[in-house]
Design a protein around this ligand. Structure first.
Ligand SMILES: Nc1nc2c(c(=O)[nH]1)N[C@H]1C(S)=C(S)[C@@H](COP(=O)(O)O)O[C@H]1N2
Ligand SMILES: [Mo]
Length: 400
């Protein structure tokens, strides 16, 4: 018998819980009323309520972040309407007909492109995660975040469509000696980041679409820089300017922000690649398991360096680990869904996941991470995240 069928039969055999209840009840009578009419743009069922949550520390609505409800998402794609948001000065309203992208600096033929011109060029689509480097940063501090949304909701995964940046760089003719690109957004903050030319020539994209439709305004409509696997901040939204230069420009975002203070007093800078991370999304903090017996532990794993090769799960606080199933597709620099069947015996259990990527890197425990990085960082915390399942089925934040 296949394992899924066996799990299903075990669930039926419990004699309690959801499946037993549905066996006992007669089906509801078929409604004879006509259904709702067709609509020009789809809405979800009114019974589905999951929503982005606003970050508690937000001081002003413009300088804000919102978090993806990871516990409520399936597979690997985040619905665009639930993609996390992070803005330094609000969401600008940009008319694509008026928008221009300027490419200048150390180039032979500077260019100003309209959106229409960009969309005539050869396009590409890729599924990639986008994660703010401040995601799960409470790991650095004793304050727990009660849910996976609050702790890890600054990561989402979409299919992005746009133009390969290298195509445009070939067109403008990058001059010898150029090594960086200054990317500038068209929001009131004019957010800018210095990007190494090597990434721009590799897999960087100018994205104008997300999950089959134009970018959402919150994600940078009409155009954003997309750097697969790199920290969220470097993915400049509302992109209006690329200046080809021969040094990093030391913008606010790469000096006072997005650097990591090390124990010896020096700071890590330009830590652009996101390290491997994983988290169990079910069961997770704030949820409640209905009854002992079979449950599927599931979650997501990702790495900015390539592909996820292994996810192990513990249900006994790290004493032993079991390999979870990696659900297809397992794509480079994308969320990867993992699953493991679990027979919960109804007593307290601490569960957690640990990812390995194709560079051989293994996700560290908090102690392992702190041993190298100290506790003065605010960004790039990728420690193993645990959840404690209490005997009454409630689930809470825990540290392994
Ligand atoms: N122009 C501009 N680009 C920006 C930002 C911004 O405020 N302005 N925020 C950055 C940060 S900190 C992150 S984490 C990502 C978030 O992208 P999202 O809102 O599409 O999730 O965009 C980055 N790009
Ligand atoms: Mo960010």
């Amino acid at each position: 018998m296949n394992p899924a069928r066996r799990a299903f039969l075990r669930l039926l055999a419990l004699g309690s819980g959801a499946l037993a209840a549905c066996r006992a009840k007669a089906p509801a009578p078929v409604q004879s009323l006509l259904g709702a009419p067709i609509s020009p743009y789809g809405e979800r069922s009114p019974f589905v309520q999951s929503a982005r949550q606003t970050f508690e520390s937000t001081r002003t609505p413009e300088q804000a972040a919102s978090l993806t409800p990871l516990a409520d998402t399936y597979g690997i794609i985040t619905p665009s309407s639930l993609h996390f948001e992070r803005h330094h000065s609000g969401v600008p309203k940009i008319d694509p007909a008026q928008h221009r992208l300027l490419i200048h600096g150390m180039v032979n033929r500077p260019l100003i492109l309209t959106m229409e011109e960009l969309q005539r060029l050869p396009s590409m689509s890729r599924i990639h995660f986008l994660e703010c480097s401040g995601n799960s940063n409470t790991g650095w501090r004793p304050t727990p975040r009660p849910t996976v949304q609050a702790a890890h909701g600054l990561t989402s995964c979409s299919e992005w469509t746009g133009v390969k940046l290298s195509l445009l760089l070939d067109e403008v003719g990058v001059q010898p000696g150029a090594s960086w690109i200054l990317a500038e957004g068209g929001d009131p903050a004019k957010m800018t980041r210095s990007i190494p030319l090597a990434k721009a020539m590799d897999d960087a994209m100018l994205a104008y679409a997300q999950n089959g439709e134009p970018l959402r305004p919150e994600q940078g409509f009409p155009l954003r820089l997309f750097l697969p696997g790199w920290e969220g901040n470097s993915n400049v939204k509302w992109l209006r300017r690329l200046k080809i230069v021969d040094q990093p420009y030391m913008t606010r975002e790469e000096t006072s922000k997005y650097t990591d203070l090390m124990p010896d007093g020096r700071a890590r800078q330009f830590t652009l690649v996101m390290d491997a991370k994983s988290v169990v999304t079910h069961p997770s903090g704030g949820r409640r398991l209905a009854a002992a017996g079979f449950h599927e532990i599931t979650g997501i794993a990702w790495t900015g360096r390539g592909r996820v090769t292994r996810v192990e799960v513990t249900t006994n606080g790290g004493a032993t680990w079991q390999d979870a199933v990696l659900q297809d597709p397992v794509l480079p620099r994308a969320h990867t869904r993992f699953r493991l069947g679990w027979e919960w015996n109804g007593s307290d259990a601490t569960i957690a996941s640990r990812v390995t990527d194709d560079t051989g890197y293994v996700q560290p425990t908090r102690a392992e991470l702190v041993a190298i990085r100290g506790v003065n960082s605010n960004y790039h915390n990728n420690m193993i995240q645990a959840w404690k399942v209490n005997h009454d089925g409630t689930v809470e934040y825990a540290v392994l």
